[in-house]
Design a protein around this ligand. Structure first.
Ligand code: ADP
Length: 607
């Protein structure tokens, strides 16, 4: 990183951090100042007390020194404790803000970016590094370190300045001591740098290990994984792998900490030498009568505090410098572009619902894939039509839906809504046109009413109506807690564990409640048998009324009532027409139909 980049990161980090919670920063800095100043109080007054004793000062004065020491230390400690309490309370808020900022970014990130393995690794690495103490947490610690050390330097310099002006010390001794202090700081900073680097390399080398360990932890607490783990007796296998990782982590950690510990020796050695020189100079000065007994202790303590303060300051600045590399990575995740949100056109809210969608020569390839998942796809469909997408697994049907709903954008070609490229529309508004039930839909563990409405506030009657239309009406009657009852047990112990079929019905109800002009169903009925699926689809056809409905199914029979059937094959649309026309045509559709018909005949025969 160049100096300019360091400065840019520092500015951004400090600016956003201060913006988050000024109260926290002020309490943190205040507590740091008082904790640094407090040790100087007894040092100063003890020297006055000893000198007072030798000088034969009155008992009243001596008690005043003692009283001031106790009183001021008590007061400073009290202030420090109060500020620390305020800091702790505010820190929870500041760290919460950080958590929210991750969530906000994840929510608005393009899906393609979110699922990109590079993004996943980056996020995981930042998480691990933050847990190790870097990023914002480190920034607070550096800030605290800088303020503490500056306070210590200023206080120690003020109290030891007279030492360097002592007439009883030769210029050479004074210069020698000053050079000794600087040399000790240099040695200790250099050693600290080496130590930091070793630990930093260790942390970086542990990112993968930590991420894998975290994955094992998730398996061990995940109910769904628990089923397979038990069925296949995978406990010892998984625990073995986890322990292997743990052992490799500890081996690395031991090696790194041992190496780092060696680098603490030069600093301690240099400091020892300095102490010897300092005491020698002080004693020489005392014998020459140039320094009082009380001042010997004061100077010795202050000069060492000055030394520590300077070392701490350099270390804090150096840590902040190192942290910039972590912060650069941290910010790079927040800076990932959200390309989907560039459009600004308003989607026309048409009362006649006269919308038309056109795929024009659309191709799309998943990142890292060698082949296009969709190849030169062109298709038009109008509002009110019932469209079915059929084809073998992996032929591109779901990808078509994902492009239509702008979860991804085409690599080539364009998709038009009423003649306008969908990228030009405001993203949220455009998504408002669709209700989708994905194959792998997700229901959240909230109250039933909230789940159907996908909102906290909802129209109860409409929710009930949607559930009834989705064939959940009867179950709603005995659903514990009715619309206020919880789904699943994540947030509430009385939550209801629903079956796969019931979940599908609730997902359908959610799509109906949204009341969007386009309803897209991507095999949400895959768990049902063919006849039930046909029933659901034909019922849905009646329910959806004049809305445009796009059905995906690998069971052709389920879609035979549709106005238009698009047949997918290896990423291309190879045929479009209604059931009868396509059967008569004698192409891919007929081949698929005959194969499925034969399969069902055979199964029926066996039965
Ligand atoms: P269908 O819905 O017809 O079963 P898909 O649209 O899901 O097919 O998949 C089309 C092709 O794209 C398949 O070859 C599949 O492996 C691939 N594919 C689907 N999703 C991803 C993804 N997230 N990353 C990479 N390849 C994918």
């Amino acid at each position: 990183m160049t100096f300019r980049e360091h400065m840019k990161i520092a500015r951004r980090a400090w600016k956003t951090t201060l913006g988050w919670d000024r109260g926290y920063v002020l309490a943190l800095l205040g507590a740091a100042v008082f904790s640094s100043v407090t040790p100087f109080v007894p040092v100063y007054f003890s020297a006055r007390l000893v000198d007072g004793l030798f000088a034969g000062e009155g008992i009243g004065t001596l008690f005043t020194y003692a009283g001031l020491t106790v009183g001021l230390v008590f007061l400073f400690k009290l202030l420090e404790t109060r500020l620390t309490t305020l800091k702790e309370a505010a820190s929870t808020k500041a760290y919460q803000r950080e958590g929210w900022s991750y969530a906000d970014k994840s929510m608005e990130m393009d899906l393609l970016t979110l699922e990109d393995p590079g993004t996943v690794r980056l996020r995981e690495r930042i998480r691990m590094e933050t847990q190790t103490g870097y990023n914002r947490y480190y920034l607070f610690r550096c800030m605290e370190g800088i303020v503490k050390s500056v306070t210590r330097i200023v206080s120690a310099a003020a109290m030891s300045a007279s030492f360097f002006a002592l007439g009883s010390l030769s210029v050479w001794i004074r210069l020698g001591l000053a050079a000794g202090i600087l040399a000790t700081v240099a040695v200790s900073v250099f050693s600290q740098m080496k130590e930091e680097r070793i630990m930093e390399e260790f942390d970086a080398s542990c990112v993968d290990v930590n991420a894998l360990s975290f994955a094992f932890y998730r398996y061990s607490t995940d109910y769904a994984a628990g089923k397979d783990i038990r069925m296949y007796c995978m406990g010892p296998f998984l625990c073995g792998k986890d322990r292997e990782l743990g052992r490799s982590f500890f081996r690395k950690n031991k090696k790194a900490t041992n190496r780092a510990a060696l680098w603490t020796l030069p600093g301690s050695f240099a400091e020892g030498l300095l102490r010897i020189g300092l005491y020698a100079a002080l004693l020489a000065s005392a014998f020459a009568g140039g320094v009082s007994a009380g001042s010997i202790a004061k100077y010795a303590a202050c000069i060492l505090l000055l030394l520590n303060g300077t070392e701490e300051l350099v270390k804090s600045l150096q840590k902040e410098w190192i942290n910039h590399e972590y912060l650069a990575r941290y910010f790079s995740w927040f800076d990932l572009p959200n390309r989907m949100r560039k459009g600004s056109l308003t989607v026309e809210k048409r009362d006649d619902c006269d919308y038309e969608i056109e795929f024009r020569n659309v191709s799309f390839r998943y990142p890292g894939a060698e082949e296009d998942a969709l190849k030169d796809v062109s298709l038009t469909f109008k509002i009110g039509e019932k469209l079915a997408l059929v084809g073998e697994n992996g032929s591109g049907k779901t990808t078509f839906i994902k492009l239509l709903t702008r979860l991804y954008d085409p690599r080539e070609g364009e998709i038009l809504l009423n003649g306008v490229d969908i990228r030009k529309y405001d993203y949220e508004e455009y998504l408002g046109v669709f209700s989708v039930v994905f194959q792998d839909f997700k229901l959240f563990p909230f109250r039933l009413g909230e789940v159907v409405a996908a909102a906290r506030e909802y129209d109860e009657e409409r929710v009930r109506e949607s559930l009834r239309k989705a064939n959940f009406g009867e179950r709603l009657g005995d659903f514990p807690g009715g619309l206020g009852g919880y789904l699943y047990k994540s947030f509430d112990e009385s939550g209801v564990e629903i079956s796969g079929g019931e979940a599908q019905k609730i997902a359908l109800a959610r799509a109906l409640y949204k009341d969007a002009p386009f309803i897209l169903l991507d095999e949400p009925t895959a768990a049902l048998d063919p006849e039930s699926e046909y029933e659901v689809y034909s019922n849905f056809n009646a329910i959806s009324g004049d809305k445009t409905t796009v059905y995906i199914s690998h069971r052709l029979a389920s879609c035979r009532f549709c106005d238009k059937i698009a047949v997918f094959d290896h990423g291309r649309i190879v045929e479009v027409g209604d059931h009868r026309t396509l059967l008569e045509k004698g192409g891919k559709y007929q081949t698929l139909w005959n194969a499925q018909a034969q399969y069902y005949r055979e199964n029926a025969g066996e039965a």
